[in-house]
Design a protein around this ligand. Sequence first.
Ligand SMILES: [Zn+2]
Length: 165
Amino acid sequence: MFRLHFNRTGRQPTTWLLDVPIFTVCPNCGFVPHEALRYVGSRYGYVGSFTCSSCGARVSITDGDCRPPVRFTAAVPGDPQRSFIYEDVYRLNWADLERAQAVTRTTLIPPGEKGYVDVAAALRALEAEVVRLGVPHAQAPLPDGVSWVPLPMRAWLDALHTLGV
Ligand SMILES: [Zn+2]
């Protein structure tokens, strides 16, 4: 189960990560372990930390108090940083979900002003549509600077790409 928050009040409806697997990166050496981190927001902006298995740098992970972007900072001279807006990398923005809703003719964003999007259910709806149409699986290109994404998000990106969303 992986989920997003949504809020359709205000000027522009938005979605942001609630419980989604993220890739990590070492800003010191660029190493990306092929192992997902379960991102469930932060406490006052602190998400967690890890030691890079390639260069040994200590890397801390922070966010905007449960809001994007998620930032990686290596504790080495110069404090190199990398940050990602995973909602963009993963195509989990409001507009992406609206297009997925249109393609699957399924309600993926529940009614109401605020709540949660069940991304796993949305992925099942997309994959069912791929099967129904019988279109060949197409692998989605990843954005610049992103070399790997965890499996459920890879499947999500590929299903959107396959359906031409
Ligand atoms: Zn490293």
